[in-house]
Design a binder for this molecule. Structure first.
Ligand code: PBG
Ligand code: ZN
Length: 321
């Protein structure tokens, strides 16, 4: 009998020596949901272990993240007041601008990323300014306010912005606006291939950002499209993105691999709310070994070609690494 593969699997040290892919704490980015107010720590039913936090609570949370060895966070805002253009996101005293300043001064050693979008700030829950006639988001009007939002975050001291609105020409427009405002060194991590996914359901509970009518299919991608996903990411590279991203992750492993092979830029994946919620529900039902399934899933993203992973599992994973 021809023996070929099992020789290298017999000894545990040898298995480690020939392991091809590794997961590190520094690969992980932890999402935080910032709500206005004081002393707020609301757990979300569909996402056990994930909280809406007021800024004071977020500062405490960052302390425990650092203790676990997590070095990067991505912020989402839940403002007190929403309106048709998402004014809270355009104001230097808005929830996220305030959070950036407060977290930076308490934790200067933490890398702060902000999600750049309007769905959490608009009363209609869409990702930009509405085009009522066409029942969709007006691309170019939204580019203008995205530029303003980016400059507000930059002035507040953010370390990197992550535009997630899937507007056309978004990256070149942001790069230009940031450069003109003197923020040439602020990197952009683009949600470059983002699908219109049912896996975002629990996030919209946490972020209070479900669209009040319709859906996001006129700006986010059709889950059926592979070639278009590659074009979207490569376009963002051309427009000046520093890091590309595939979102969601689990049902899009083929896209992660193809984009990895099509670019030399760093690649992030977003292990989204519905993916997290499914594992948590299975854990609660006692039907999987949660920790092993979680680590296997995260390692799978790395093997598929991801360099960075935005994940609600970051704390639990870091504790095991
Ligand atoms: C904002 C945004 C969304 C997510 C990240 N940024 C929601 C959406 O597009 O509806 C989803 C993240 C998750 O599900 O964990 N545009
Ligand atoms: Zn949005």
């Amino acid at each position: 009998m021809f023996k070929r593969f099992r020789r290298l699997r017999i000894n545990p040290n040898l298995r480690d020596l020939v392991q091809e892919t590794h997961l590190h704490k520094t690969d992980l980015i932890y999402p935080l949901f910032i709500k206005s107010g004081q002393g707020i720590r609301n757990e979300i039913a569909s996402m056990p272990g994930v909280f809406q936090l007021s800024i004071d609570e977020a500062i405490k949370e960052c302390e425990s993240l650092k203790t676990l060895g997590i070095t990067a966070i991505i912020l989402f805002g839940i403002p007190e007041v929403k309106d048709s253009i998402g004014s809270d996101a355009l104001c230097e005293h808005g929830i996220i601008a305030t959070a950036i300043k407060a977290i930076k001064s308490a934790h200067p050693d933490l890398f702060i990323i902000t999600d750049l979008c309007f769905c959490e700030y608009t009363d209609h829950g869409h990702c930009g300014i509405l085009d009522h006639k066409h029942q969709t988001v007006n691309n170019d009007a939204t580019l203008d306010i995205l530029n303003n939002q980016a400059c507000i975050h930059a002035q507040a001291g953010v370390d990197m912005i992550a535009p997630s609105g899937m507007m056309d020409g978004m990256i070149i427009s942001l790069r230009d606006a940031l450069d003109k405002a003197g923020f040439e060194n602020l990197p952009i991590m683009s949600y470059s291939s983002k699908f219109a996914s049912a896996y975002y359901g629990p996030f919209r509970d946490v972020a209070e950002s479900a669209p009040s009518f319709g859906d996001r299919r006129s700006y986010q991608m059709n889950p059926a499209n592979r070639r278009e996903a590659i074009l979207e990411s490569i376009e963002d590279e051309k427009e000046g993105a520093d890091i590309l991203m595939i979102k969601p992750a689990l049902a899009y492993m083929d896209i992660i691999r193809e984009v990895r092979d099509a670019t030399r830029l760093p690649l992030a994946v977003y292990n989204v709310s519905g993916e997290y919620a499914m594992l948590k529900a299975a854990q609660k039902a006692g039907i999987i070994d949660y920790e092993r399934v979680m680590m296997e899933t995260l390692l799978g993203f790395k093997r598929a070609g991801a360099d960075l992973i935005i994940t609600y599992h970051a704390k639990e994973a870091a504790a095991l690494l």
